[in-house]
Design a protein around this ligand. Structure first.
Ligand SMILES: [Zn+2]
Length: 333
């Protein structure tokens, strides 16, 4: 599997739903909140109890599998759709603060800010984006805290994110549980001598609109965000171990358009339920559905809240959010 970001740039998708791909124009199946399962006639085995008949799974069933701890190695894949409820919008959307910010830099097209060629020509638009995403500017939302709770309960095997906003970390999920597939602003590297730079150093420059320079060679210091054509982080290779081990796959708020990320959802065993909570039916779940797929279409926050309710975690979630919001308020003061 290629480990290089393909031309549909990841980082952009992260920031918001972009253009639709060919297969996304297939007739859209929207059934509100009612979970649906496809290919009910496909062969397969339900659980290990020797059921010969194919059974359709619903959101309720997934919740019960988690409650009964029949699923306790949950792998999660997330994308831009979990960041929009935090107020992070596609920076290409006219009217978003970021879009207006980019206008002043003569960026030929928005994707250019994640191209190395353009970056070396003019790094300022990229650092304007970095400044916008400075930790604390945006806060984790209920979806991030649901994932945190999944971790607290010892159920999270790994969280694969395409987002570069760092909100998964901000929600308190430890770095060891995270694969930030398109990189993060948590570290940076000199583009010339490759000297790593601790995050705190470059933020000081970014916050005063100065391009961060390497103390060793004065080369531009670039946060470790994956640009077009750059290799994905080494940690991404953990998918080789994680996906075959998973006993439940959750896919939240991603259009599954970017490879190699998108194909990962096919790497879980065929007996493993895949739950998609998303605005639309997307990617391999649309064109190569499995019998144990559960699809909860519509608003992602509502879908997650419904799952939390079915899990009986609503009160714990409220407590966690209250506690974490209190901490963040404290930091802001
Ligand atoms: Zn250097």
């Amino acid at each position: 599997m290629a480990l290089y970001a393909r031309p549909v740039l990841p980082a952009l998708r992260l920031l918001g739903p972009g253009g639709e791909r060919a297969w996304a124009r297939q007739p859209r199946i929207t059934v509100g909140r009612r979970p649906i399962s496809f290919s009910a006639g496909a062969s397969g085995v339900f659980g290990s109890g020797g059921h010969s008949k194919k059974e359709k799974l619903f959101l309720q069933d997934v919740a019960e599998l988690i409650r009964a701890r029949a699923c306790q190695r949950v792998v999660v894949m997330v994308g831009a759709g979990i960041s929009t409820p935090s107020g992070i919008r596609d920076f290409r959307s006219p009217g978003s603060g970021l879009y207006s910010n980019l206008q002043q830099y003569n960026v030929p097209y928005p994707e250019a800010i994640f191209e190395l060629g353009f970056f070396f020509h003019n790094p300022r638009p990229f650092f304007a984006l970095a400044k916008e995403l400075y930790p604390g500017n945006y806060r984790p939302n209920v979806i991030h805290y649901f994932l945190r709770l999944l971790h607290e309960k010892g159920l999270l095997l790994r969280l694969y994110t395409q987002n570069i906003d760092g909100l998964e970390r901000a929600s308190g999920i430890p770095a060891s549980k995270l694969i930030e597939a398109h990189g993060s602003f948590a570290s940076a590297t000199c583009t010339v001598c490759r000297t790593p730079s601790p995050g705190e150093d470059f933020w000081a420059d970014v916050l005063v609109d100065r391009v961060p320079r390497c103390p060793v060679c004065t080369g531009i210091v670039k946060p470790d965000i994956v640009f077009f054509g750059e290799p994905l982080p080494q940690r991404f290779l953990l998918h080789v171990v994680d996906f075959p081990m998973a006993d439940l796959l959750l896919i939240l708020g991603t259009s599954l358009e970017v490879e190699p990320f998108a194909s990962l959802c096919e790497a879980v065993r065929s007996s493993v339920p895949r739950l998609l909570i998303n605005r639309d039916l997307v990617g391999p779940l649309a064109w190569r559905p499995r019998s144990r797929d559960v699809v909860q279409l519509g608003d992602v926050v509502h879908g997650v809240e419904r799952l939390v309710e079915l899990l009986g975690w609503t009160e714990e979630m409220q407590d966690l959010i209250q506690q974490e919001t209190g901490k963040l308020d404290g930091q802001d003061r």
